[in-house]
Design a protein around this ligand. Structure first.
Ligand SMILES: [Zn+2]
Length: 327
């Protein structure tokens, strides 16, 4: 890490290969206990990479995994990483009721806090499923005691997306008679309204690269496996150096596992997305850890010295200046 380099956020969604939304039609929750679990050894591979480069990150852990592998959750926390919540059963917000979500985020938070003895501040919705239809999620997250969310993917996609939303961190904030999100962002006018929102919660969206008049996903998952690493590095550097923003990067433990069992009966598109270049993930990830500076999200919320975090509105360029301090 060069001095003055922006610190970015590293996030890992801890779930197993049979729990991804792309396979939900052939892998219902009732059958999950019948699959060979590989999440523990795969997460240990991720932890090994991070330990080798002394990098700390934020792990969004699925409740289902935490219940079956409590030692794994404790190990992640003991190695200095942040534990955050990825829901209990990987149900997309678009397919459950608000009441179910309310129970889900409360139980998930309690479960993880009981395991680690530390507060859980962060949430990531399964399949980035905070969309225009599920903005009530912010109310529920605030009510349940979360301080930040990282579920908005500002692109068009068949599973997720809020394409008009910012691609760098912003507050979702109460404003008098209602709550507009994101607060103060010009693109919001005439946009979304959350009438019962109280307080404010930080959203750390998945970043995109603005190029050729389009926004391109560049920061993790299948896109990391699809693009040559030099393209990912170029795009992420551009976010840091040209746009002067931090980015959040995301991966899943199963993406480090080219020998995972193949899910029979999956749709072609899902298979192509899921199995593409799995054997390249670890090598690329190790390069990424050397080429960029990373840290935990919780540190951005508590550290007065965090270089990329200020308590302010989006600046004139609509970028930059975000977060904090804790209440
Ligand atoms: Zn997930």
């Amino acid at each position: 890490m060069a001095s003055g380099q922006l610190s970015n956020f590293l996030s890992i969604d801890v779930e197993d290969y049979f729990q991804v939304s792309a396979f939900e039609d052939i892998s219902p929750r009732s059958r999950w206990d019948g699959f060979e679990p590989r999440v523990e050894r795969n997460t240990d591979r991720v932890l090994g990479c991070l330990a080798d480069d002394a990098v700390k990150g934020t792990f969004f852990v699925l409740g289902w995994v935490a219940e079956r592998f409590p030692g794994l959750v404790r190990r992640i926390a003991e190695e200095g990483h942040e534990i955050a919540c990825h829901g209990l059963n990987h149900e997309r917000l678009t397919s459950i009721s608000r009441e179910s979500f309310r129970q889900d985020v409360r139980r998930g938070k309690q479960l993880l806090e009981d395991l680690t003895g530390k507060p859980v501040w962060g949430f990531r919705a399964p399949s980035f499923s905070i969309t225009a239809e599920t903005l009530w999620a912010y109310d529920e997250l605030l009510d349940a005691g979360y301080r930040y969310d990282s579920s908005v993917f500002p692109v068009k996609h068949d599973f997720y997306g809020l394409p008009d939303w910012p691609d760098s961190p912003f507050w979702v904030q109460s404003s008098g008679d209602g709550c507009w999100a994101p607060d103060g962002f010009p693109a919001l006018e005439g946009g979304y309204r959350m009438p019962s929102c109280r307080g404010r919660i930080l959203e750390i969206p998945i970043p995109t690269l603005r190029l050729l008049g389009r926004k391109w996903p560049i920061a993790g998952g299948g896109y990391f496996r699809l693009y040559p690493y030099c393209l990912t590095r170029w795009g992420l550097r551009r976010i840091n150096v040209v746009e002067r923003k931090p980015f959040i990067f995301y991966l899943h433990p199963w993406e480090f596992d080219p020998r995972q069992p193949v899910m029979r009966g999956a749709r072609l598109k899902s298979r192509l997305r899921h199995y593409l270049n799995l054997e390249k993930t670890e090598g690329r990830f190790r390069s990424l850890l050397k080429d960029f500076a990373f840290g935990r999200i919780c540190d951005a919320l508590v550290s007065p010295n965090a270089p990329h975090i200020e308590d302010s509105q989006p600046n004139d360029a609509g970028q930059g200046t975000f977060i904090f301090p804790p209440d």
